[in-house]
Design a protein around this ligand. Structure first.
Ligand code: MG
Length: 124
């Protein structure tokens, strides 16, 4: 059973990602704030995190920074999800330590493929 944490402050976005990622051998967890995401990650140890960049108070970059500073989560796959993609923003996200970068509106097939690739490479 793989655990995936979906972090997004928008209910509809979390629901959509949950539906897109649903699979019999996966447990989908949700968080709607950055601090809540960090708590859930420490407690549940997900295999992969999909992290909205535009979160109130503690944004996706701040959450990622906190994770990368923690030796337990230095290698945890964290995928950035953002509605405000601009020229160069993927490169900035990858340089900051995100594993991959997905733009909203999400393309379900693309999200499924990339998530499967990351989970597969983790088990090898
Ligand atoms: Mg948001």
């Amino acid at each position: 059973m793989k655990k995936i944490l979906v972090v997004d402050d928008n209910d509809a976005s979390r629901e959509l990602l949950r539906a897109v990622l649903r699979d019999s051998d996966r447990e989908i967890l949700e968080a709607c704030r950055g601090d809540q995401a960090l708590e859930t990650i420490a407690g549940e140890r997900p295999d992969l995190v999909l992290l909205d960049i535009e979160l109130p108070v503690m944004d996706g970059f701040a959450v990622l920074r906190a994770l990368r500073e923690d030796p337990r989560f230095g290698a945890l796959p964290v995928v950035a999800v953002t509605a405000h993609a601009m020229q160069g923003s993927e490169e900035i996200a990858l340089r900051a330590g995100f594993t991959a970068y997905i733009t909203k509106p999400i393309r379900p097939a693309d999200v499924r493929r990339r998530v499967a690739e990351i989970l597969d490479s983790k088990t090898k």
